[in-house]
Write a protein that binds this ligand. Structure first.
Ligand SMILES: Nc1nc2c([nH]c(=O)n2[C@@H]2O[C@H](COP(=O)(O)OP(=O)(O)OP(=O)(O)O)[C@@H](O)[C@H]2O)c(=O)[nH]1
Length: 128
């Protein structure tokens, strides 16, 4: 089981979502940005590192949501979500195909990586 962090990044009334590139696994699926926890790293420090490496942004962590385990067949992941506020940094994509800032309603209409679906559902039930 691979531990992966991801961020629901809030800015005003929008949420940042990123699309995996054609070269990546789960090609062209949408996800909450983040990545694999490295040895000796906390989930929080992993999240800050990945968001800096992949997007060049800084965030403030607000809280966690429920982890989502998913078996992709070749590998299983435990996806650990954090609700965060966007703080600073101009977005520069290192790996992803593209990104979008979407309203809560628009989040339902994109083609999500399967592990993200329960996380999205929990987020949409929150009163924020
Ligand atoms: N970052 C991120 N990864 C996710 C999400 N949902 C999901 O299934 N994943 C999967 O979790 C793993 C995280 O990998 P990563 O982003 O750190 O690394 P990667 O694509 O370079 O790894 P890979 O080349 O092994 O696929 C990938 O297999 C990715 O498909 C998500 O919302 N965010």
């Amino acid at each position: 089981m691979i531990d992966v962090t991801c961020a629901i990044i809030l800015w005003e009334d929008k949420v940042l979502v990123t699309q995996r590139s054609e070269k990546m696994s789960l090609s062209l699926k949408w996800e909450f940005p983040g990545g694999k926890i490295e040895r000796g790293e906390t989930a929080e420090s992993c999240l800050h590192r990945e968001l800096m490496e992949e997007l060049n942004i800084q965030v403030k962590i607000l809280r966690t949501l429920s982890p989502s385990s998913f078996d992709y067949g070749k590998f299983s992941i435990n996806l650990i979500p954090f609700l965060v506020n966007y703080l600073s940094g101009e977005i520069i994509l290192a790996e992803h195909e593209t990104y979008k800032w979407l309203s809560r309603n628009e989040l339902k209409d994109i083609d999500w990586a399967p592990a993200d679906v329960p996380i999205l559902e929990e987020f949409l039930k929150l009163n924020i």
